[in-house]
Design a binder for this molecule. Sequence first.
Ligand SMILES: [Zn+2]
Length: 283
Amino acid sequence: MISAVRRLLTRRPAWERRGHFRKGQQVLTHRGAPVTETVVWVKDGKVGMSHNGLMTVWTEAAEVRHAHGCRPCLDDLNAQLTTHAEEQHTYWNQWPRDARDAHEKAMDDMVHGSDRTHSFGPNTRIPAWMRAEFDGRMHPSTSPSLALGRLWDPLDWPRICREHPDFVLEPAWQDDLNTDALVAAYQLLRDRRFDPYLDVDLEMELRPVPEAPAAITASAVVTRLAVEQQLDPDTYDEVVRLLGDASTHPSSSLCYPMLPDGPGEDRTQPYTVSANTETVWGW
Ligand SMILES: [Zn+2]
């Protein structure tokens, strides 16, 4: 009896058992996958697949499920979808319903330009200065939040912060980097005639004004301070000093000479400083 229970508990799922997948069968590699793949080989717990015969990829059998005709695989796919839906529901519920509704309305109202930027729409009640500063500069944001857009133009952030003391500009993850330090570093770079920019997600907030409950405002969540230039050592050191402990992960994209007879980088050649070099601090 005990050994039967143990056998049941340790029984591997159908898709991990030998011989479960066969050449020519239609499979999916994850829940909600938009396309099915065709099994082209099975070997040592791995499954090779091709899509329309174009290319072959392989993955562990544990990651593969039959697209149809197999009860254990279909039950598991459905369970994955349910879990995913529950996770999504829980995740988005961290924002109140009225905030989510206001965000949806603001996004529906956005006016889209031909250069993939967008501007606040005519029915969106947002501070006028935000229209003046951000219209035509917002790009689609990939942040899973109530982001209104992503900004990476070299804006005059120190002036914006000075003129609008209530406006919140803060790094995304770093507690030991404050806004003053970030703005000071940005100003220093501008003073030294560099063109820094911040990579910012403009996060929507409901404005807590009783007479205008649908009005929104936004704060800026900064993920990167970047300069598309190589900094001289003095400036670099001063920025690091201003950013303090938060500057522990700077990166400088390395620049290699281009291949002489075509595009691409010649990584056999040593790294060289060039106009393409970028200096970045990320949070
Ligand atoms: Zn199956």
